[in-house]
Design a binder for this molecule. Structure first.
Ligand SMILES: Nc1ncnc2c1ncn2[C@@H]1O[C@H](COP(=O)(O)OP(=O)(O)OP(=O)(O)O)[C@@H](O)[C@H]1O
Ligand SMILES: [Mg+2]
Length: 413
């Protein structure tokens, strides 16, 4: 099996599952997923690696399944980062242009200054993209090149993460004999996979409800402008059910997906569900509890998650920019009634989101749990398209969906 050019491999390292998509660009320029591998995650907690060997084994298993299906081996991979205490920074940089036409090198200088502004030390920049520009106090400009003025202001969005978390991820991937093509923040990838262009332009918040983390990304005027995350997710809901009903985590997970609902209903107290007690092997020992008990356990945790997300959004000041639209994605967004609960708590219009830009994935791997993996592919396809257009310079074609979503600082030097 030989690696081929035009192949893109994406790996979503989640707290509960790992997923690898291998995609190939066909003769019509269309990118199609040709290999998929997914695997229960071991060695991860709340988006961070806690056991290197276990994480390595899970990655190898997901990647090799995808490789076998694709019929080729991969050597480079684009991978997400969920943990690492990510911080979203919005920074403005002023550069003097003294009346000359603005060129790529003015922008490069501004981006360099912007990344220096954020400072590094024990933090590493994992995402940096211009949001908009202004010349001598003008209204926002999308691409200032070719324009003249005295001072150029660049508003940038930068995400930093703990350098240790980035290094751990890099080590883990290299132990799997793979090279990292790029590290992408998970909230950014989730939004990229399931938001439509109009939402990205008008303002939207994407909430990725995973197993160990819940993250948010705010897109406005074509750009990612804010990300945040909390280390609570669907696994905490399962844990609450297991504790509350004295059952195993596996049974709690089953009860949650089979009978769970974020909204109580009048019939819940009349409906009885079987709960095998922890440590009991015989089914005759099953405990019968009303469904209302299950709903009463899981609902407060879902409320807590959504309220924390709402508070983070409000505290950041980006909830107004984000407008009235919210898109929920991630495995835990499959809970019945979650849209209605989110709409009440966030006081916004809520829809469910799943990958919309990926061709070749089956129904089973096209659900909301696969948004981040699909977003990694979408990002890789876009970066490669940008590189082809601009070589190692700056984007030549601003204005399109690709051009306006920002691009990686690394590409610009
Ligand atoms: N039908 C369902 N109803 C409710 N929850 C569900 C359903 N299906 C899956 N989940 C939950 O989704 C969570 C997993 O989601 P996902 O695969 O997006 O997480 P992850 O990517 O592994 O974790 P993270 O992004 O937090 O690192 C689990 O907690 C699981 O219980
Ligand atoms: Mg995830």
């Amino acid at each position: 099996m030989k690696p081929r050019t035009g192949t893109i491999a994406a790996l979503d390292i989640g707290t509960t599952k790992l997923c690898c998509f291998i995609a190939r660009t066909d003769t019509h320029g269309e990118t199609r997923v040709v290999g998929i591998g997914h695997q229960i995650a071991h060695g991860l907690r709340n988006g961070s690696i806690i056991d290197m060997e276990a994480a390595e084994a899970s990655i190898l298993s997901a990647v090799s399944t995808a490789e076998q299906m694709a019929g080729e081996t991969i050597d480079h991979i684009i991978v997400n980062l969920s943990g690492g205490r990510q911080t979203s920074h919005n920074t403005s940089i002023d550069v003097s242009i003294s009346g000359h036409e603005i060129t790529d090198s003015d922008l490069r200088l501004a981006f360099q200054k912007g990344s220096e502004n954020i400072g590094t030390g024990d933090r590493e920049i994992i995402h940096a993209a211009p949001v908009n520009y202004s010349i001598d106090g003008s209204p926002p400009i999308r691409d200032p090149r070719g324009m003249v003025g005295e001072r150029l202001r660049v508003n940038m969005h930068i995400i930093t993460a703990d350098a240790g978390a980035v290094r751990n991820l890099a080590n883990c991937i290299s132990r799997c004999h793979l090279k990292i093509e790029e590290i992408v923040p998970s909230p950014y990838a989730a939004g990229l996979a399931c938001l439509v262009e109009d939402e990205i332009d008008l303002g939207v918040t994407c909430i990725d409800m995973g197993g160990g983390t819940t993250s948010l990304s705010v897109y406005y005027d074509g750009n990612l402008v804010r990300t945040d995350s909390i280390p609570i997710g669907g696994a905490h809901v399962t844990g609450d059910i297991a504790r509350g009903l004295s059952t195993t985590l596996a049974h709690a997970e089953r009860l949650k997906t089979l009978y769970g609902n974020a909204l109580p209903s009048e019939t819940d107290s009349n409906e009885s569900i079987d709960v095998p007690l922890i440590g009991e092997t015989s089914h005759s020992q099953a405990n019968h509890v009303p469904k209302s008990l299950l709903i009463g356990i899981l609902r407060p945790r879902l409320e807590e998650i959504l309220e924390m997300i709402r508070d983070r959004l409000e505290a950041s000041g980006f909830d107004k920019i984000a407008g009235q639209r919210v898109v929920l994605t991630g495995g835990a967004s499959q809970m019945q009634g979650i849209c209605e609960l989110a709409a009440t708590i966030l006081d916004k219009h809520v829809r469910l989101g799943k990958p919309i830009r990926t061709i070749g994935i089956a129904e089973a791997t096209g659900g909301p749990a696969f948004s981040v993996c699909a977003g990694l592919l979408a990002h890789a396809v876009r970066s490669r398209a940008e590189s082809r257009v601009k070589g190692r310079g700056l984007l030549e074609e601003p204005g399109g969906f690709i051009g306006r979503l920002g691009f990686w600082l690394r590409e610009c030097f």
